[in-house]
Design a protein around this ligand. Structure first.
Ligand code: AMP
Ligand code: GLY
Length: 414
């Protein structure tokens, strides 16, 4: 079997490594991949970054299954294009990808289907938004409607900060169109959880819960990043929380997907906030999370390729999704300066054997030297019977890896 994975991050390395575990997979192509996917024995990196060329490659090479990493491809309709050619691909059609591609649309969807979410207003005019902000309670949350590479949400502590965000988003247009429409949302206080799930449009099967660590510094200080580490399962996701999530968020979401007649055979990742007033839906992502995937996928006991096939073929109902016992802890090492500007090209060295798993992200190289070429450079995932043990392994492994300007948080999963 031939599998194509589209993307180049730590998430995609984790996907390649999981797919390669299936003995019937002969080759995994990763477009464009990174230094880590290059090193995987069954993987071949292919230097293609255009949609039409990916499609042509998949047709020509008779790819059996394609898995898409990033939301941008999904929002641009890659699934529709592959389906038109009769190719199997995991992901939502463009209409369903709007659940991530437009925050105004996803909030409207949540409202329509009675999904518990923060109160909000949508604005397309900066003056009206600023007038509204004059009478709000703070903190308040301002969100760009469109995709903004994880940077489009600002928590504003007072009117001055809020006015500045409106100006940045709507007037200065820092997100090149994505912030022309904005959402002003009630601030929710609580603990976040990421629930990656898979759907065939008939059922949604949630994966083991996880927790991202978004801020750059320890104790959740500093600006937001793509994610500096993840643990799974999320200790805050008690049975009661998960039951509430299932009833008030997952089931009505499935009903919405069906009522809106969306072709959704892919990953749906629920961002939730566990508060004193119950479990709220923060957002939908229509793809795997990064770094969550690096913590969650290694815990999957069932055959991942079989699961993906079942989703694409509409047969998830009969799939027995099983998880390994224990915990995982994924630490991300970033380049100094990230999420701001940083330099690249530093050699990455490994001293001694790692006990956990290494997933490379912003790293290029071949079987010889590996060099940094991105903000989030790599992740190491440790496993253990307890979260403490998983953390211990991840931190011990990280000490064996070095590159100039290497930075990682010291409190992931603490
Ligand atoms: P989103 O892309 O909507 O998940 O927002 C990115 C991050 O902003 C979330 O992971 C939360 O940390 C934070 N956030 C979003 N919405 C809210 C909210 N209503 N209240 C508090 N924090 C929020
Ligand atoms: N780690 C958050 C995300 O993938 O969106």
């Amino acid at each position: 079997m031939k599998v194509l994975i589209i993307g180049s991050g730590g998430r995609e390395h984790a996907l390649v490594s999981k797919v390669a575990e299936n003995p019937s997979v002969d080759v995994v192509y990763c477009a464009p991949g990174n230094g880590g996917t290059y090193r995987e024995s069954k993987c071949e990196n292919i230097n293609i970054t255009k949609m039409d060329e990916l499609l042509e490659f998949a047709v020509k090479n008779k790819i059996d299954i394609t898995i898409v990493g990033s939301e941008e491809w999904l929002v641009q309709g890659i699934v529709d294009k592959f389906n038109e050619k009769g190719l199997k691909i995991l992901g939502p059609c463009a209409k369903a990808a709007k659940l991530e591609g437009s925050k105004a649309y996803s909030k409207e969807f949540m409202k329509k289907y009675g999904i518990k979410t923060a109160a909000y207003e949508v604005f397309e005019n900066d003056k009206e938004a600023i007038d509204y902000l004059k009478n709000c309670e703070y903190p308040i949350v301002i969100k760009a409607d469109g995709l903004a590479a994880g940077k489009g949400v600002i928590i504003c502590n007072d009117f001055v900060e809020a006015e500045k965000s409106i100006n940045d988003f709507m007037v200065l247009d820092i997100f090149k169109g994505s912030g022309k429409k904005i959402i002003i949302e009630e601030f929710l206080e609580g603990v976040e959880a990421s629930i990656l799930s898979i759907t065939d449009g008939k059922v949604i099967l949630p994966f083991v819960s996880s927790k991202d660590h978004k801020q750059i510094f320890d104790a959740d200080k500093g600006p937001n990043t793509g994610g500096m580490g993840a643990i799974a399962p999320n200790p805050y996701c008690t049975k009661q929380v998960l039951d509430e999530f299932y009833k008030n968020i997952l089931l009505p979401t499935l009903k919405g997907i069906q009522n809106e007649v969306m072709d959704y055979r892919g990953i749906i990742f629920f961002g939730i906030m566990i508060t004193k007033k119950g479990v709220y839906s923060l957002e939908y992502n229509v793809r795997f999370g990064d770094p969550e995937t690096q913590a969650v996928l290694p815990l999957m006991k069932s055959d991942f390729v079989g699961l993906v096939k079942a989703a694409i073929d509409g047969e998830l109902k009969n799939f027995n999704l099983e998880w390994k016992q224990g915990y995982s802890c994924c630490l991300i090492a970033a380049s100094k300066g990230y999420p701001g500007s940083y330099s690249t090209g530093y050699e990455i060295s490994e001293v001694g054997k790692l006990e956990g798993k290494l997933f490379l992200a912003g790293a290029v190289g071949d079987k010889g030297t590996m060099r940094t070429n991105g903000g989030r450079v790599l992740g190491v995932t440790g496993f253990g019977g307890t979260l403490e043990k998983a953390r211990e392994i991840a931190y011990a492994d990280m000490k064996k890896i070095k590159f100039d300007g290497m930075y990682y948080r010291t409190d992931i999963g603490k």
